[in-house]
Ligand binder design. Sequence first.
Ligand SMILES: NC(=O)C1=CN([C@@H]2O[C@H](COP(=O)(O)OP(=O)(O)OC[C@H]3O[C@@H](n4cnc5c(N)ncnc54)[C@H](OP(=O)(O)O)[C@@H]3O)[C@@H](O)[C@H]2O)[C@@H](O)CC1
Ligand SMILES: Nc1ncnc2c1ncn2[C@@H]1O[C@H](COP(=O)(O)OP(=O)(O)O)[C@@H](O)[C@H]1O
Ligand SMILES: [K+]
Length: 515
Amino acid sequence: MKVFSAEQLYNADKVTIEKQGITSEALMERAGKQIFQWLHKHLNGAPVPIRIFAGIGNNGGDGLVIGRLLIEHGYDVVVYVVNCSDKRSDNFLLNYNKIKNVTKNWPILMKSEADFPKINDDDFIVDAIFGIGLNRCPGGWVKKLILHLNQSKAFKLAVDIPSGLYPNLPIEDKNAVLKADHTITFQTPKLAFFLPETAAYVSNFDVLEIGLDIQFLQSVEPLAQLIAKPQAQLFYKQRNKFDHKGTFGHVLIVAGSYGKLGAAVLSTKAAFKAGAGMVTTFIPKCGYNILQTTVPEAMVITDKEEEFISDIAFDFKPSAIAIGMGIGKNTATVEALKKVFQNKDTPFVIDADALNIISENKTLLKLLPKNSVLTPHPGELKRLIGTWENDYHKLEKAKKFSEKYKVVLIIKGAYTVIVYGSKLYINTTGNPGMGTAGSGDALSGIIAGLLSQGYDALLAAVFGVYLHGKAGDIAGAHLGIDAVMAGDIINNVSEAYLELFKIDEPEKSITNTTK
Ligand SMILES: NC(=O)C1=CN([C@@H]2O[C@H](COP(=O)(O)OP(=O)(O)OC[C@H]3O[C@@H](n4cnc5c(N)ncnc54)[C@H](OP(=O)(O)O)[C@@H]3O)[C@@H](O)[C@H]2O)[C@@H](O)CC1
Ligand SMILES: Nc1ncnc2c1ncn2[C@@H]1O[C@H](COP(=O)(O)OP(=O)(O)O)[C@@H](O)[C@H]1O
Ligand SMILES: [K+]
């Protein structure tokens, strides 16, 4: 699934109307009807008091269509028109007239705070005040109305997007955004649904296909591509009967320092689980027994130093190198890093302290092998690319960084974003149970395991993040997300692979919260 901008959606709207020979009113009826059907399925005729807040644009028009269909089906509905301007859209007006034909309780015009109704906890609110046409921050009594709705415990369903939220721009005033309990969005989710500063306003969301012209949508460059099972299935490289361990490559993991050998163990195991043919782990001397006993499948090379890495010497040609997990920032380690980056034709995964070393020694940036995969968590990212004003600014900075140094940049967290030049890929697997020590080490190992099998840098990054998140989801489902440890994620990589080709139950809502 792709994520489009408001402008692209408006264009799709136009093209669809032309090509399908339908009116924009019919398109609105289609959209409103789908939301009605969703509501009808969930409410099943229940006598809940439904209050619809409709703006005066097309989002409000959707609200009126929903209201009319609910009334026709016997629901208990009150419609409020949030009359914030006299410039009502044509389709709003059409549906404003239509709703008057089905009820004697005409929509209530709201013009100021004095018109705010009391909201009860068991009311059901439909938010159709503003959609993707929001063009400035809501202020005055409209902002107060949003606050009023937010203060109530009533369930709030947002139509297309929570009112006050821009689909692909930062929030100006957090108090002027409706905090939805559920959002039903048309055709494609919006970028704001996936970013830390805005996702919480959306909560769970469903996407309703309203039949916008597919050819047109395929012809435009989306803001981002979502990565879910259908995409991941295409990434997977099948093994052939006569393939052998040489086919699947030999990963070099460079990790660990005194007290942080676990990082090396976890990455090594993860590289194997992702399918690497062989793994050699380069560690300081003190980790030798630990590695050999915890991961007997791995080969081990030790540094001349006991407690940290000072000179990464190895006598084979790795098919991928993952470096940085728990290595610390000793000055000798900085030198070792400079030297290992000379292996320009080897695919690299660069993580944790290797990223911190680069951030503190920016001259190292010039030495970064092209197409390296960098895996910073938000703190490491800030050190690497500098601070940002908001999530969109962060993405722009990340794109510039990726373009300048020709690397794949993974912005980890809920909805991990993989940045490759100007392109963004948003992962949909994973859960907060993965916020546990060593989870990132597992990811680096998985990506290295994929690189070693011949996946290119972008594919290894995108597929690796998907598999890691899926393994975390499976671990969470078995153990409860609170109890997940990094080792559990690694142990479930096998199940994540198996799940790739299992037939699914019908898709559930995508959830931004865990309640
Ligand atoms: N293909 C599709 O995508 C489809 C889209 N559809 C639906 O259309 C929706 C988009 O509709 P839209 O373009 O009419 O804009 P919408 O969000 O209703 O708001 C615009 C109005 O609000 C006003 N306004 C804006 N900001 C304001 C503020 N801060 N404070 C006060 N006023 C403010 C602005 O007023 P003005 O700037 O003119 O003063 C204007 O009147 C979309 O989200 C979806 O629900 C479906 O029906 C079918 C297919
Ligand atoms: N709320 C979340 N939802 C999905 N994935 C998460 C969430 N929190 C953390 N993760 C994932 O867990 C991993 C944590 O990595 P990192 O912070 O580097 O861990 P560590 O340094 O302890 O190994 C990342 O891949 C991140 O995307
Ligand atoms: K809305």
